[in-house]
Design a protein around this ligand. Structure first.
Ligand code: 3Y8
Ligand code: NAP
Length: 243
């Protein structure tokens, strides 16, 4: 009898749990609780941290989880490390459902940096009008480059005003579409886009819009993750669960 735990927060997790619900496979979707109103789902949802690797291992044991799916965002490195170690500690089968990184296409003008601090350091120089579409968790890193005008796209209003003297906040959640992102970037006279290499379709709109507008993109590479069983396909995930 299956009892699946999906670590979510991505479109792939949403699509997977929809398939599991229609297949009648018992599963729970887990959110960290990063946003005020997580998207409603057709399966039971739990919200909040587990309490590190040990907390997740206890959860796996106490709920007799038979399969652990890590369908979290590629930048959510801590939970992915915890999932691997908790699965090893409890002997729970683990599969990561992820999406391949984006690669620059002809017509793209990308500068690639290894992490968020390097992205902030790359913004030394004359003032620009920047779409900073990284969410709320990393705004402080950009306080070292206060000369720019920042267009901040956040899911929820920030608890405190961002440490950026010249900014404009728009509240919106993805998935986004390229036409709307192009209109947004024109309206705000954006001349640089800063993006995580999230992969997938939900955050890609701003890259398609930047290409259409001939704008440069500062692309932040993903954090390194330990080796684990991984797939990009929901079909493969379902086959693994039924195997
Ligand atoms: C809480 C749960 C779904 C999942 C939808 C995906 C796509 C739309 C695009 C931009 C980029 C960003 C951000 C983004 C996208 C999907 C996916 C994705 C990027 C929700 C959600 C949760 C979060 C957390 C949130 C972070 C932030 C990151 C905004 C739900 C809506 C920037 C990542 O304000 C904050 O504190 C936001 C925090 C973590 C990254 C950050 O570092 O700030 N996601 N996003 C999850 C939890 O509690 O466990 O759907 O309500 C999910 C989605 N956001 O089912 O349709 O698959 O990635 N999410 C990035 O890629 O750079 C926005 O604006 O162009
Ligand atoms: P993170 O840095 O890897 O994790 C930090 C801590 O948050 C974890 O140790 C864990 O707390 C808790 N946590 C994270 N994801 C969780 C989940 N799905 N269920 C339960 N607890 C979780 O994670 P993050 O970057 O803050 O991302 C948090 C969530 O937002 C994830 O679900 C991720 O998929 C989603 N998200 C993140 C991004 C991004 O850019 N980082 C983008 C889109 C969506 P404990 O140690 O207490 O267990």
């Amino acid at each position: 009898m299956h009892n699946i735990l999906v670590l979510g927060g991505t479109i792939e997790a949403t699509r997977l749990v929809a398939e599991l619900a229609s297949a009648g496979l018992p599963c729970t979707l887990s959110y960290a609780g990063r946003v005020e109103r997580p998207k409603p789902q057709p399966v039971p949802v739990r919200v909040g941290g587990f309490g590190g690797t040990d907390g997740l291992a206890s959860y796996l044991r106490e709920h007799a989880i038979t399969h652990l799916i890590d369908a979290t965002h590629p930048f959510a490195a801590q939970i992915s490390r915890n999932a691997l170690h908790a699965a090893q500690a409890t002997g729970t089968p683990l599969l990561a459902l992820t999406r391949p990184p984006w690669t620059a296409s002809p017509g793209d003008n990308w500068q690639t940096v290894p992490d968020i601090p390097a992205a902030a350091a790359a913004l030394a120089g004359p003032a620009r009008r920047i779409l900073l579409a990284l969410g709320r968790m990393h705004l402080a890193a950009f306080a070292q480059a206060p000369q720019h005008h920042y267009l901040l796209r956040l899911v929820d209003p920030p608890e405190a005003p961002p440490p950026l003297p010249d900014h404009h906040i728009i509240l919106d959640r993805g998935p986004f579409d390229a036409a709307s992102d192009e209109a947004l970037m024109r309206a705000h006279r954006i001349d640089l886009v800063v993006s995580k290499n999230a992969g997938g379709s939900g955050a890609q709109a701003k890259l398609i819009a930047a290409r259409a507008l001939g704008l440069p993109v500062l692309m932040i590479d993903r954090p390194a993750l330990p080796a684990r069983h991984e797939t990009h396909e929901i079909r493969t995930t379902l086959d693994w669960l039924m195997g």
